[in-house]
Design a protein. Structure first.
Length: 326
C-alpha cells in the first residue's frame, strides 16, 4: 500500500459558534460562544488521506498535556498514524481562533510562538524522524510547515527530503501562505524558491502566489515553479495543470449547495489529488477528484466534515509502487 508522510502542526481550534458574537460586538460587551476542536492544514490533509484509504503518518511534536493526548486519540480514530509524533515534556500545542464573515470566508488568529511543533527540527530524535522519510512514497508539507522552523531547521528538512528523493520518495509542496508566519516576504520568497526547486509536485493558487509576487500574470507565476508537475488553482474554481508533455485546464463542477465555510478547501483538494495520483490516476483525473472533494467540504462547517458526508469511494487503477506519482 502506498504511504504518505505529512509534516506540520496541529493546533487547538476555537471556532465562533453559530449565532454567537465575538468580543467587541454588541457595544463591546462580553465575548460570545466558541466551540473547541483541533486543526492544522497538513493535519487536515492527513485526515482526508486516511479517509480516502491512503496509509498516512503525521510527523509533528506535541506536549505531554491532556489536549495533546486528545489530539493523538482523535488522529488514531481517523486512521492517521502517530508513531512519528514526538512528545515534549512541559510543552503545549498552539492555539488558533477562526472568525467567519457572512460569505463563509475565514480569518485566523494564532497563539503559537512557543508551541511544541516548532521544535521538531531540533530534538534528539529528529535524525530518526527525518531518516524515516525514505520509507514513504510521498512526503507532503506546506509553506505553513516551513514557516514554523528556523532557517537551520528548514535546511535540515530539505536535506532529508533530497536524500529520500534519491530512493524514489516524491515530495509534494503546498504553497499555503500566511504572511504572519514569516518575518518578511523576502524570506518567504527565498524559502518558496528552495521548495519549488526540490518538489516533484507543487500545489498552489493565485491567492498564495500573488501575495508574494503581486501584479504578475498567471504565466509569470507558473514560470517561477520548475517542478515537473504543477497544479495552479485560480480565483475561480479552475485549476491550470502543467505536467510532462501537456498543459490542461480543469474546471470544478457548478456548486449545487451553499458555501458554509471555506476552511480546508485547499487541504482537502490536496488529499484527493495525492490519493488519486497514488492510485494511478493522471493529473487531470486527480485535479477533478480534488475539486469534487473541496466542493463538498466547503458546504460544511469546520475543517473536517462528518464521516458520513464523505463521497462514495471511487475505484482507481491499482498502483502501489513509488512510480505511481511520476
Amino acid at each position: 500500500m502506498a504511504s504518505v508522510a505529512c509534516i506540520g502542526e496541529c493546533m487547538v481550534e476555537l471556532r465562533q459558534a453559530q449565532g454567537g458574537q465575538s468580543a467587541g460586538q454588541s457595544g463591546g460587551q462580553g465575548g460570545g460562544l466558541y466551540s473547541r476542536g483541533f486543526g492544522g492544514d497538513t493535519l487536515n490533509t492527513a485526515v482526508y488521506l486516511a479517509r480516502l484509504e491512503i496509509k498516512v503518518d503525521y510527523l509533528t511534536a506535541l506536549g505531554d498535556d491532556a489536549l495533546s493526548d486528545e489530539m493523538i486519540a482523535a488522529w488514531t480514530a481517523e486512521g492517521v498514524g502517530t508513531r512519528r509524533v514526538a512528545r515534549l515534556p512541559g510543552k503545549l500545542p498552539g492555539l488558533y481562533m477562526i472568525q467567519l464573515d457572512a460569505k463563509g470566508e475565514r480569518q485566523f488568529l494564532h497563539w503559537r510562538d512557543s508551541a511544541a511543533a516548532r521544535q521538531l527540527m531540533n530534538l534528539p530524535e529528529t535524525d530518526d524522524l527525518l531518516n524515516s522519510l525514505m520509507s514513504y512514497d510521498v512526503v507532503y508539507l506546506s509553506a505553513i510547515t516551513l514557516s514554523i522552523y528556523d532557517a537551520a531547521g528548514r535546511e535540515r528538512l530539505f536535506a532529508a527530503i533530497k536524500r529520500a528523493r534519491l530512493l524514489g520518495t516524491r515530495f509534494v509542496f503546498d504553497t499555503n501562505f500566511r504572511a504572519r508566519g514569516w518575518p518578511d516576504r523576502d524570506v518567504a520568497r527565498e524559502v518558496f524558491s528552495a521548495a519549488f526547486a526540490a518538489a516533484d509536485i507543487v500545489l498552489t493558487s493565485t491567492e498564495d502566489l500573488l501575495a508574494l509576487y503581486p501584479g504578475e500574470s498567471h504565466d509569470q507565476l507558473m514560470a517561477r515553479i520548475p517542478s515537473p508537475e504543477l497544479v495552479f488553482r485560480l480565483a475561480d474554481p479552475v485549476s491550470l495543470l502543467r505536467f510532462p508533455g501537456a498543459t490542461h485546464e480543469v474546471r470544478a463542477e457548478p456548486m449545487t449547495k451553499p458555501v458554509v465555510d471555506t476552511t480546508a478547501a485547499g487541504d482537502s483538494f490536496a488529499a484527493a489529488y495525492i490519493a488519486a495520483r497514488l492510485a494511478g490516476s493522471d493529473p487531470v483525473e486527480a485535479a477533478q477528484a480534488g475539486h469534487r472533494l473541496a466542493s463538498l467540504v466547503i458546504c460544511y462547517s469546520g475543517a473536517i466534515i462528518p464521516g458520513y458526508a464523505m463521497p462514495p469511494k471511487k475505484r482507481h487503477r491499482p498502483a502501489t509502487t513509488r512510480q505511481a506519482t511520476k
